[in-house]
Design a protein around this ligand. Structure first.
Ligand SMILES: [Zn+2]
Length: 484
């Protein structure tokens, strides 16, 4: 073990430690099991040993987004939203403050590092503390405890969240180094995008400068390799590498289901692989990154579908838990993105009369439902020199019922930012177009410090109750992984 690795419990508050000790004692008393790793009592009772831990992670998602997922799923899909309706309602619900080392507002790497290690780091750092030390990540701890480990994401597999949960790096930006560190860690399951930094220049999509083929290296370590949905579904092995895109996976609304699996399909494949040969259980992280990307873009329609996609994976996890009650299911996020603000607004600026006001509701939600392209894809289609003709065609075809006001049209065609804190061009201007007619407004194109929700159901869930810090989440996770 690296001598530099921090133990997040050395600086745990003694009060919390005493409470946890009491809870652990209570669990032993109730179960009569000591430290046995096969506790079968689920629910919201005292801390118990969880053999398996599944973390469902929606990047950029805080309570306002979760509630939007619930409302839209019920209204448009006539489907319950498992995150709010099962995990939050029947499990334990808590909130986490998210500030990194330094400023008030966090990035994804710092937030995930805190949740993975129990330590604050600076924005951009991947589980490296401000004094330059590598903090032990949740996945490193899980490996040390003899558990199998897996990561699933709609981003590149070495993106900020899966990276901070697994490895240590000074910057989240050096993709080739991050991939090397993943190979050294040897996760049993790794599914998502980012093939470009697994393959050398010269191979299709390859960007590595050292000539290494890391897909072949994973294969040599016993991993089955899947490059599309069919191959993923056919995979039967206990170790699995799935890379379904050179970069990030597509938004739900743009996704080709034959090429790229859904978050739920990836979660199911990961559970199938990880539950094999796992006497000590596993830790699985399933992330939807599109919730964050859509919120940066102020793209409410894409956010809605990304939330549903993550929630479908929550349902897969809950079904696994039903068959394996010694499994803890956690649903959370790292920070809020976009200052998402469904609200009421004037229909136009002709009069301030309340009669000229509309409220975001079902009718407006149905307008979102009719959108068939993400703002990111609009940007791609517009290219480097956007033309009015192409823009009008895209809007007519994929944004029925929406009108682009002259001020916003000028921003889109002139490739100008909407505001200093709305610098995703042209996405944020398109977001304002949608907001003006639906009331689904946004306060920023960046992150906000709104506390994130954490819902937990199953053995150990009780640890996550109440208002805590994201470093507390990391400390609890390490405690659960160690099983004491
Ligand atoms: Zn973000």
């Amino acid at each position: 073990m690296n001598r530099n690795l921090h133990d997040p419990f050395n600086d745990a508050r003694t009060g919390r430690r005493a409470i946890l000790k009491a809870l652990a004692t209570a669990a032993v008393f109730v179960l009569g099991l000591g430290s046995c790793s096969s506790a079968t009592v689920s629910g919201t009772g005292p801390a118990q040993t969880a053999k398996n831990i599944i973390i469902l992670f929606a990047d950029g998602v805080a309570p306002v987004q979760w509630d939007f997922g619930r409302y839209s799923s019920k209204t448009l899909r006539q489907m319950p939203f498992a995150t709010t309706d099962v995990v939050f309602r029947e499990g334990v619900l808590g909130l986490l403050s998210t500030s990194p080392h330094g400023p008030y507002v966090t990035d994804s790497a710092a937030a995930a590092s805190a949740m993975s290690t129990g330590h604050k780091v600076v924005n951009g750092a991947v589980s490296i503390t401000p004094d330059g030390k590598s903090a032990r990540t949740a996945m490193q701890a899980a490996k040390a405890a003899g558990k199998r480990i897996g990561m699933v994401t709609t981003a590149t597999v070495y993106d900020a969240t899966p990276a901070a949960f697994s490895i240590n790096a000074k910057s989240r930006r050096d993709s080739q180094v991050l991939v090397d560190l993943f190979l050294a860690l040897e996760p049993d399951v790794l599914l998502g995008g980012g093939a470009e930094y697994f393959l050398p220049v010269g191979m299709p999509g390859g960007k590595r400068k050292d000539g290494k083929d890391v897909i072949a290296a994973f294969r040599a370590k016993g991993h089955q390799v899947a490059r599309n949905t069919v191959e993923l579904k056919a995979a039967t092995g206990a170790r699995l590498l799935g890379l379904f895109s050179d970069g990030d996976l597509d938004f739900e609304v743009d996704r080709d289901p034959a090429r790229e699996p859904s978050t739920a399909e990836m979660a199911a494949a990961a559970l199938k692989a990880l539950s094999q040969q796992s006497p000590n259980g596993f830790v699985l992280l399933v992330e939807n990154e599109n919730t964050d990307t859509a919120s940066h873009a102020n793209d409410a329609a894409s956010l809605m579908r990304a939330l549903w996609a993550l929630d479908d994976a929550v349902k897969v996890a809950l079904e696994f838990q039903r068959r394996h009650p010694d499994t803890l299911v956690i649903v959370t996020g790292d920070h809020e993105t976009g200052g998402f603000s469904p609200t009421y607004a004037l229909k136009d600026l002709s009069t301030l009369s309340s009669k000229n006001r509309f409220y975001a509701g079902d009718e407006q939600l149905r307008m979102l439902e009719r959108i068939t392209m993400s703002f990111g894809m609009v940007k791609e289609k517009l290219g480097r020199k956007p033309s009015g003709e192409v823009l009008d065609k895209l809007l007519a075809e994929h944004f029925p019922g929406f009108r682009l006001d002259a001020d916003l049209r000028e921003l889109v065609l002139g490739q100008k930012a909407l505001e200093r804190n709305h610098a995703y061009v042209p996405q944020n201007a398109l977001g304002r177009m949608v907001a003006r007619q639906t009331g689904y407004y946004w306060g920023t194109g960046g992150h906000t410090p709104e506390p994130v929700a954490v819902g937990a159901i199953g053995p150990g869930a009780e640890l996550f109750r109440g208002y805590q810090d994201n470093t507390d989440f990391g400390k609890h996770l390490h405690r659960l992984i160690r099983g004491r």
